[in-house]
Design a protein around this ligand. Structure first.
Ligand code: ATP
Ligand code: MG
Ligand code: ZN
Length: 198
């Protein structure tokens, strides 16, 4: 299965199995896997780092809430698929140890602390970076961005309008208040991804 996906992902990934898009990677589901297509070189850097972090944490026996990462090359990464976390009023939210206790996995704080300090991982609290496993516990699906990569490479590209920044507002097409992808300060096209803005 995995070898088949790696060889034929271009044939398999289409509109029908699209599951999500971030600023640097576009994601499709194939059976119990996702293919994350790198739409910018920073996406490749994030994917490489995810594989590295996953392998190290696996060896330490601490990968229990990291999305399993199987394979990375310049074009794609292959991970295990996890159910999405529902947004609240079309917006992601900050994971709270106390408020969200029922979905918090074992050793959450300890592992999060390690990801923060040893791996310099960025944005470990936002619900949009998590999925849910079979037991309904949160799984980190987006852990390859470091604070250094964010500050020194991602932010300048977002400010230049090359990578999108997320803004919460009304889509002029469907009228739903949701997360919009905005490119630089002069972008005033408030249309959502689903309504055709890439
Ligand atoms: N393992 C997974 N299982 C299910 N869905 C996933 C998985 N990985 C990613 N997704 C979906 O694809 C979207 C984009 O993936 P991801 O956040 O990794 O990309 P990104 O470009 O790094 O995003 P960001 O702009 O947040 O840095 C996610 O918000 C999520 O909806
Ligand atoms: Mg993300
Ligand atoms: Zn819309």
């Amino acid at each position: 299965m995995l070898a088949d996906i790696i060889e034929n992902w271009k044939i398999y990934c289409d509109e029908s199995n699209f599951v999500g898009i971030g600023s640097t990677r576009k994601v499709h589901r194939i059976a119990d896997y996702v293919v994350k297509i790198h739409v910018h070189p920073i996406g490749y850097k994030q994917s490489k780092r995810e594989l590295e972090v996953y392998n190290v944490m696996m060896q330490k026996g601490l990968a229990n809430f990291l999305a399993q990462t199987y394979y990375v090359d310049e074009s794609i990464s292959v991970q295990k698929y996890y159910q999405p976390i529902e947004m609240i009023e079309n917006q992601s939210f900050e994971i709270d140890m106390k408020k969200n206790l029922s979905i918090i996995p074992k050793r959450y704080e300890e592992v999060l602390d390690l990801l923060d300090k040893d791996f310099d991982c960025f944005d470990l609290k936002d619900s949009s970076n998590y999925g849910l496993d079979e037991k309904g516990k949160i799984i980190l699906i987006d852990y390859g961005m470091s604070k250094d990569l964010y500050k020194n490479q991602w932010v300048p590209l977002a400010e230049a309008g090359i990578l999108p920044q997320i803004e919460y507002d009304l889509c002029i097409n469907c009228g739903v208040k949701k997360e919009l992808r905005m490119y630089g300060d002069n972008d005033d096209e408030k249309r959502c991804y689903e309504c055709g803005k890439g």
